[in-house]
Write a protein that binds this ligand. Structure first.
Ligand code: ADQ
Length: 476
């Protein structure tokens, strides 16, 4: 890999993502949108000509709607460019095709994907909108970085409109094996769409290998190593396919964790919870892929078996509301809330609540104080592209204490060998690992945490972005 930032400062950069890094609120106007992508991109967008194309979260009205100012300028002077979407487009493209079909299929079909032809037509139309917009505004010879599963057709569409651009695509979620992907009625279109890029990036090597196998199987191409040669009217073109595991701004988390108000807030959280000996913590978007139910079941059984004592251990689960218009998300919310209230009803006493459940987004500072307060972090997804929460926890453990229980089925598990790794389908195994992490000797916890922290700081998000862009620019 080339050194950070080297070799790609000169070309203008265009980011194409489903969402802009800002959203419009009728009362407060434009405000920063939640989400890690913008923080991830900030450092590479600083000091270079850049443009971000995405949807703002507001719906386009048939009559033009109320007068709303254009999005403000983003971090580092980045220009924000809004792709307007109608309510029907968001329903078909985002809620339907992206989150009802592609998201579950790419996550091991944990819930059954639902394929609707009309929703795919909307997906294609919206991808065309994004591609046309990028083609209109991208400076000559720019680098264009397209993000995620909502926009898999964009690379090819954009190449047809603007062959002068260098196009990169990064998938933030898993990419499934042949046996699963083959279900997709639009498998050819998606593979061809992605191959429109010069560089296709995944979170893990397994995902990249899955893609290469699929290209061989369904497009009859013969990848050589991480390269696929595609024949086009204008001649042949080489596409690179590689893993770029995403990281976090580790130093920012560590700095915030060490600030006095954070330390005081962490102590206050512990007091508010009744000064327990052990705090177990889960933090996720409320999504059926995250295995929130798995860890609630495991912890509940440990309380029932008497291995954990509700007088001295509490479990706090923070869940951000997510995709609330999609039916499966309403169902997982009900399931989780039923499990929590049953456990508390059966195991609690007046003044003793074994499981604290917060269904709300949380400011970064509060989340950091939670990470500082927690003795054991539970991250048990059934499948996850990477998972940033486990990296955030580790970055915040500046005293090198605490334990991480981590699902083998996260991208992060490939890097974080010193976590207590678990198969989330094996509840007894999860229970054992929770107990091992909670009762580990201080030297053992510290050995593991030191090693985990080293990895998280070494592979931070700046490095991720710089590596991707350097490769896109043509670095070897
Ligand atoms: P997500 O599925 O959203 O990301 P994750 O990587 O864990 O999952 O990121 C979640 C982010 O939301 C974290 O930064 C976390 O701090 C934040 N968050 C969670 N709960 C919160 C709360 N209650 N309040 C405020 N913030 C909260 C997708 C993929 C992942 C991949 C990332 C990045 O599914 O596999 O790691 O993109 O590529």
């Amino acid at each position: 890999m080339s050194p950070r930032g080297a070799g790609h400062e000169d070309s203008p950069l265009v980011v194409v993502a489903n969402r802009l890094p800002v959203e419009y609120d009728e009362e407060t106007g434009w405000r920063p949108a939640p989400g890690g992508l913008v923080t991830a991109m900030e450092s590479v967008l600083r000091d270079r000509e850049s443009l971000w194309i995405g949807w703002s979260g507001r719906y386009e009205e048939a009559d033009g709607g109320p007068e709303i100012p254009p999005p403000p300028t983003g971090a580092g002077g980045m220009v924000l460019d809004e792709v307007p979407l109608t309510r029907a487009e968001v329903k078909g493209y985002y809620e339907g095709c992206s989150n009802g079909a592609i998201w579950p299929l790419y996550h091991d079909a944990i819930v059954t994907p639902v394929y609707h032809r009309t929703q795919f037509q909307t997906y294609r139309r919206v991808n065309e909108k994004f591609a046309r917009r990028a083609a209109e505004v991208a400076p000559q010879g720019a680098l264009v970085w397209v993000h995620d599963y909502q926009l898999q057709l964009v690379p090819r569409m954009l190449r047809q409109l603007r062959p002068d651009l260098r196009i990169g695509f990064f998938l933030h979620i898993p990419f499934p094996p042949v046996e699963l992907f083959s279900q997709l009625p639009w498998r050819r279109q998606i593979l061809e769409g992605l191959l429109g890029a010069d560089l296709v990036g995944f979170q893990t090597n397994e995902a990249a290998l899955n893609f290469l196998r699929l290209v061989r199987r369904f497009l009859a191409l013969q990848p050589g190593g991480d390269r696929v040669v595609v024949d086009e009217l204008s001649g042949s073109r080489t596409v690179r396919v590689e893993a770029f595991p995403i990281g976090i701004r580790a130093q920012d988390y560590a700095t915030l964790a060490d600030e006095i108000p954070t330390i005081e807030r962490a102590a206050e959280i512990r007091r508010d919870l009744g000064d327990p000996h052990t705090i177990l913590l889960g933090v996720d978007r409320l999504d059926y892929t995250k295995g929130i139910d798995v860890r609630i079941r495991a912890v509940t059984e440990l309380f029932e078996d008497g291995e954990l004592d509700p007088e001295s251990t509490v479990f706090v689960q923070v869940a951000t509301p997510s995709r609330e218009n999609v039916e499966e998300y309403q169902r997982i919310r009900d399931d989780v809330e039923l499990l929590v209230s049953r456990a508390n009803g059966d195991l609690g006493k007046l003044g003793v609540t074994p499981i604290h459940y917060l269904h709300q987004p949380m400011p970064r500072a509060e989340l950091t104080a939670m990470y500082v307060a927690a003795d054991v972090m539970l991250v048990t997804p059934l499948r996850d592209g990477m998972n940033l929460v486990c990296k955030e926890y580790v970055a915040c453990r500046t005293e090198e204490t605490g334990g991480l229980v981590l699902s083998e089925f996260t991208g992060a598990a490939n890097q974080m060998h010193d976590a207590w790794l678990v198969n989330p389908y094996d509840i007894d195994g999860v229970k054992r690992s929770i107990m091992d992490a909670a009762s580990a000797l201080p030297q053992e916890s510290q050995r593991r945490m030191t090693s985990l922290r080293h990895g998280v700081f070494e592979h931070d998000v700046e490095r991720w972005a710089a590596d991707f862009l350097s490769r896109l620019q043509g670095g070897s």
